[in-house]
Structure formats: structure tokens, C-alpha cells
Design a protein around this ligand. Structure first.
Ligand code: NAD
Length: 482
């Protein structure tokens, strides 16, 4: 037996109380959509979780109208301190139901329970706590003496952090006094639907939060096209972000876009290497690489390339891929067959274009969607795997000789969301950070999130910021609200 051979330690699913069918959550109650219901499956077992309603344009219209009435009659008239009480209540309920939410997110998304339990759910609660505190202090947010809400916000989120992205969207919008219609991703609606129950538990006034489920091309596009929304907040792919930007161009609907990324993790030869190894690995293999700000391009100083790669592959060989409910599991399932196919295709392109593939040798479960951690060396800056977002557990390694070459290579991307710098020299850290075109830059760490810290991109990674005081600006106006 080696130290990696642990007995299975699966988290029980007995805490879950999943309904056989979920309707839409509109105006504080459940109602069936006019679209065709669809089934959701667990990506690690392919077993059915539940069926979910699909909202068509008439359902979306009802949800937007409910949000408008709630805005006009209740939420916009309530004091900030009162709104804050609801947000504090939601945060506390999320904490109380933390285990249930963690298990549900793991079943629905495929990510390891270790991550949902220690990252997704605690951070979601932290986001509500943080913005609850802002609710009665908006005049101190640096947006004028009397900032007011925008009105009804339409929010569309992806599948990689379903509950956390919901919290990133809802908490600032509600704190600022907006009402919301939120659409979760079609493969991961479960925790958003459970969150609707949290709203009921918290006694949130009807219509303040409405959750409509369905596919992007049906429910999502109906929400974007609705003339009654004052603000659209979208997190997802750059391709869909572009479509949304075109759809609202020329209207007075406000828009923020959190899109894709191709983050550079830069390791200099003076870095603390074992620390850098941990940061590089968590930078790309956390959440199976389904992370917009993943450090998917490793830029390593040429003279330490072989040593660093040796340490990285040795460390990776201790990671366990498998049942995401097992508390020993490091790498869970890919969220869907479609995403697995996409990752497989782009990795094959990497090889075809001449890069060298290293893949973790591990057992792949019979059922479900899996892709072992993969590293490509000998990658040229022009290769597809160095340019396109893969959104999977695939690291592309490039080398550099000087800091200026590292900066040029890091910035040689259509995206500009995140970057990491590993060096023991603070002066180098600051000088390099100054030159990087990325919205978030970590130094000697990676993938650290905090509700007080703004997050967002440059270039094709989108515009607008979420988190911190800046995150409020996306939901407030200095003039009169509507
Ligand atoms: P996606 O763009 O396909 O879907 C995102 C959401 O948009 C889903 O709810 C989907 O149903 C909806 N949608 C799809 N087509 C739509 C349309 N025409 N109109 C309206 N809504 C539509 O993206 P995805 O594959 O679910 O998510 C992965 C992407 O999200 C990656 O590119 C990733 O980088 C990005 N992402 C960005 C951030 C960030 O903060 N920058 C965070 C997480 C994920």
C-alpha cells in the first residue's frame, strides 16, 4: 500500500431532498414553464437527477414583470438596512444548509466534494455577508451622494461554479436595491433551484428574486431580448457574450460581461519551487480546469524548465481522479459530454500541431465524463492550445528567458482575465504586475477569491467588475433609478 491508496470515504447523499421535478420560481412560487421540460444528469454517474421546466418567452415575460412589480412596490422603497437584513438571513441559511448545498453541487456539477465543501459554498455565503454589509452604506461606495438602483437585472450564469456565480450576481444586485431574474446553466440548475427555497425560507418578498431555467438559445435569449430589463449581467463564453453585446447595442440596457480567459502563470528561476508547483497545479487542475481565470498557460524561465516540470509531474502523480463525492478525490468529472468532446478535440489538435503530451496515468471510471490531468510541453505561442480557452484540465507550457519576454508572451492573448507571478523578488513582482494586461494578478499564490476584491477582465475577457465596492457600481446609477 502506498500513501495514495486510501479507502473510499464517500460523503452521503442522504441529506439531499431533491424533487422529481422543478418548475420555475416566479413571484415567490413554483410554476411550470411553457417550454419542454428537460432532464439533468450527474456527470460522474450519468444517472438522472431531476427534470426541470424550460421557460419560454411568455414565462420570461412573467418573471420580468414580477421583478418589476417587486421593484416598484417593495424593494426600491425599502431602506438599505432592511434589505441588508434579508441578505444576512440568506447568508446564514446558506451556512446552515452548507453540507446539503455542497453535496448537491457535487452531484450536479461533478466537482469534488472537497471543493464544494471548502470553496464554493463558504464563498457563496461570504458574498452575501459582504454585500449585506453594503446595503445601508451605498452612499459611501464612491458613486455620488445618492446612488440608486437600476431596476430589474437579468443575470445569466455558467455551469462551472453554479452556486458561487449565483452569489456573485445576486448579492450585489440585491444590496444595491435591484430585483432580479436569474437563469442558471442548463446542465447545473439544481443549487439555483434550491436557492429559491432559501429565498422562501428567508421570507424574501415575492418577485425580488425569480429563477428561470432553460437553454441559452430559448430562455437565455428571451431574457436578453426582453425590453423590460434595465441591466444584463452575463458570465459565460466570449462567443455568447458577443451576441449579447450586439443584442443590446443601441438600447439603454446596462451590460457587464465576465467572459473567458487564458491566464499566464509565470514562474521565474528565483521562485520557491515547491510553492510554485502547488500554485501551478491548483491554478489549472482546480475544478477540472473549468475556471475562467485558470492559469492555463505556464510560462517558465528556460533554465528551470526541466526541474519544474519534473516536480510538477511527480506531484500530479499523487492526485486522485474519481468519484467526486469521495473526500479523497482531487479531480472530479467533466461537467458534460459536450465539454468532454471539446476538450478531447482541442487536446488532439495540440498533439497534431507538434506539442508533447503528458497525461496522468490513472483509472477512468466506467460511467461519467472524465479527462485526466494533461500537460503539453514544447508549445509554440502560435499553437491552438496556447491561444484558445480549453476550459478543462489541460496545461500548456511555454518558456522565456527574460522578464520582458515573459511579459510579452503573457500579454500575447486575446484574453486578459488573470495572471500569476512566482518570484522571491518583490521589486520584480511589482514591475511585472504593472505590465501585465490582466484584471486579476496573483503573486506567489493563485485562484484566491475574496468578496472584497474586484474581479473582471480586459480585452475579450469582458468588461465590468464583480466583487468589492466596484461590484456595486454595476448595479447603481448616480441619477434616478427606474
Ligand atoms: P456559455 O456562454 O455557453 O453559457 C453561459 C450561460 O449563457 C448559460 O446559462 C447558457 O444557457 C447561457 N446562454 C447560452 N447561449 C445564450 C444566448 N444565445 N443568449 C443568452 N444566454 C445564453 O458558457 P459555458 O460553456 O456555460 O461557460 C463556460 C464559459 O464561461 C467559459 O468561457 C468561461 O471562461 C466563462 N466563465 C467566465 C467567468 C468570468 O468571471 N469571467 C466565470 C465563469 C465562467
Amino acid at each position: 500500500m502506498t500513501f495514495t491508496d486510501y479507502d473510499a470515504a464517500p460523503e452521503s447523499t442522504s441529506i439531499l431532498n431533491i424533487r422529481e421535478h422543478y418548475g420555475l420560481f416566479i413571484n415567490g412560487s413554483w410554476t411550470n414553464g411553457h417550454g419542454e421540460s428537460f432532464t439533468t444528469i450527474s456527470p460522474s454517474t450519468e444517472s438522472v437527477i431531476t427534470t426541470v421546466s424550460e421557460a419560454d418567452a411568455t414565462d420570461v415575460d412573467r418573471a420580468v414583470k414580477a421583478a418589476r412589480v417587486a421593484y416598484d412596490k417593495v424593494w426600491s422603497r425599502m431602506s438599505g438596512a432592511e434589505r441588508g437584513k434579508y441578505l444576512f438571513r440568506i447568508a446564514r441559511i446558506l451556512q446552515e444548509r452548507a453540507r446539503e448545498f455542497a453535496v448537491a453541487e457535487t452531484v450536479d456539477n461533478g466537482k469534488p466534494i472537497r471543493e464544494t465543501r471548502d470553496v464554493d459554498v463558504p464563498l457563496a455565503a461570504a458574498w452575501f455577508f459582504y454585500y449585506a454589509g453594503w446595503s445601508d452604506k451605498l452612499e459611501h461606495a464612491g458613486l455620488g451622494a445618492n446612488p440608486t438602483a437600476l431596476g430589474v437585472a437579468a443575470q445569466i450564469i455558467p455551469w462551472n461554479f453554479p452556486l458561487l456565480m449565483l452569489a456573485w450576481k445576486l448579492a450585489p444586485a440585491l444590496a444595491a436595491g435591484n430585483t432580479v431574474v436569474l437563469k442558471p446553466a442548463e446542465t447545473t440548475p439544481l443549487t439555483a433551484l434550491m436557492f429559491a427555497e432559501v429565498c422562501q425560507q428567508a421570507g424574501l418578498p415575492d418577485g425580488v428574486v425569480n429563477i428561470v431555467t432553460g437553454h441559452g438559445t430559448i430562455t437565455g435569449s428571451a431574457l436578453v431580448a426582453h425590453a423590460g430589463v434595465n441591466k444584463i449581467a452575463f458570465t459565460g463564453s466570449t462567443a455568447v457574450g458577443r451576441q449579447i453585446a450586439r443584442a443590446v447595442a443601441g438600447s439603454d440596457t446596462r451590460l457587464t460581461l465576465e467572459l473567458g480567459g487564458k491566464g499566464a502563470n509565470i514562474v521565474f528561476d528565483d521562485a520557491a519551487l515547491d510553492q510554485a508547483v502547488e500554485g501551478v497545479i491548483s491554478g489549472i487542475f482546480f475544478n477540472q480546469g473549468h475556471v475562467c481565470c485558470a492559469g492555463s498557460r505556464l510560462l517558465v524561465q528556460e533554465n528551470i524548465h526541466d526541474e519544474l516540470m519534473d516536480r510538477i509531474t511527480r506531484r500530479l502523480s499523487t492526485l486522485r481522479l474519481g468519484d467526486p463525492l469521495d473526500k479523497n478525490t482531487d479531480i472530479g468529472a467533466i461537467n458534460s459530454k459536450a465539454q468532454l468532446d471539446r476538450i478531447t478535440a482541442i487536446a488532439n489538435t495540440g498533439e497534431a500541431e507538434g506539442a508533447e503530451r503528458w497525461q496522468l496515468a490513472c483509472d477512468i471510471p466506467d460511467k461519467g465524463f472524465w479527462f485526466p490531468p494533461t500537460i503539453f510541453t514544447n508549445v509554440a505561442a502560435s499553437n491552438t492550445i496556447a491561444r484558445d480557452e480549453i476550459f478543462g484540465p489541460v496545461l500548456s507550457v511555454l518558456t522565456f528567458r527574460t522578464p520582458s519576454e515573459a511579459i510579452a508572451k503573457a500579454n500575447n492573448s486575446a484574453y486578459g482575465l488573470s495572471a500569476g507571478i512566482w518570484t522571491e523578488k518583490a521589486s520584480r513582482m511589482l514591475a511585472v504586475a504593472d505590465e501585465l494586461r490582466a484584471g486579476v494578478i496573483w503573486a506567489n499564490t493563485f485562484n484566491k477569491f475574496d468578496p472584497a476584491s474586484p474581479f473582471g477582465g480586459y480585452k475579450e475577457s469582458g468588461y465590468g467588475r464583480e466583487g468589492g465596492r466596484h461590484g456595486l457600481a454595476a448595479y447603481l446609477t448616480e441619477g434616478e433609478g427606474r
